[in-house]
Write a protein that binds this ligand. Structure first.
Ligand code: G6P
Ligand code: MG
Length: 211
């Protein structure tokens, strides 16, 4: 029996995947590194440091330079997310959250981002969630199951009583490793491992996934 629904944030509730892309792109241009929208697909659900490592394509830099680049990227990103409003909720999200709330499910956000709280505050959806687990909550990030297991523990439900909604391959992997039910949002090649897959969040049929 499903008791809780755990949402990823970036790319699920709002399209911050685009803002992450624009910030990395700006940094890459300054550093003379090529970086395309397609490359960005690999960064979904991946931590800031791992994203930088992927961007550098295996090139290693001294630690202080790594730090400097991560700080810069985050500054660019924060400039963009400052302008987020409730208008930036992905179509279908508000209706889905309202329905789940009405049906009595516990709701949580589990995001690898350290900016998750700002984004949620700007979207004005914080009150809908019993828990916000973010990039500060656990040490090992997705694809490790830790963040989702932490969320289940805090919500006082068992992993098998949770559904995770994710747009990232690493996120689906993490949720499966946690022993949770999974809904993937996006193309087959990205989230095909999920129990259910939809192109868009507004396509979700609640009766199918909450059984
Ligand atoms: C999410 C996004 C990633 C991002 C990560 C860390 O998982 O999907 O693209 O790199 O969070 O975000 P942060 O805001 O802490 O840099
Ligand atoms: Mg995501």
């Amino acid at each position: 029996e499903i008791k809780a629904v755990i949402f990823d944030l970036d790319g699920v509730l709002t399209d911050t995947a685009e803002y992450h892309y624009q910030s990395w792109k700006k940094l890459a241009q300054e550093e003379g590194i090529s970086f395309t929208r397609e490359d960005n697909e690999q960064l979904r659900g991946v931590t800031r440091r791992q994203s930088l490592e992927i961007l550098l394509k295996g090139k290693t830099l001294p630690e202080d330079k790594m730090e400097e680049l991560m700080v810069k990227k985050n500054e660019y990103y924060q400039e963009l997310i400052n302008n987020i409003t409730m208008e930036d909720l992905i179509p279908g999200v508000e209706e889905l959250l309202n329905q789940l709330q009405e049906d009595g499910y516990k709701l949580a956000v589990a995001s690898a981002s350290r900016n998750a709280r700002t984004v949620i505050e700007n979207l004005e959806i914080g009150k809908k969630f019993q828990l916000i687990a973010d990039g500060y909550s656990v040490k090992n990030n997705k694809p490790a199951p830790d963040l989702f297991l932490y969320a289940a523990e805090e919500l006082e439900v068992e992993p098998e009583e949770c559904i995770v909604i994710e747009d990232a391959e690493s996120g689906i992997e993490a949720a499966l490793a946690a022993g949770m039910h999974t809904v993937g949002i996006g193309p087959e090649e990205r989230v095909g491992q999920a129990d259910f897959r939809y192109d868009k969040i507004k396509d979700i049929k609640l009766a199918d996934i909450v059984q």
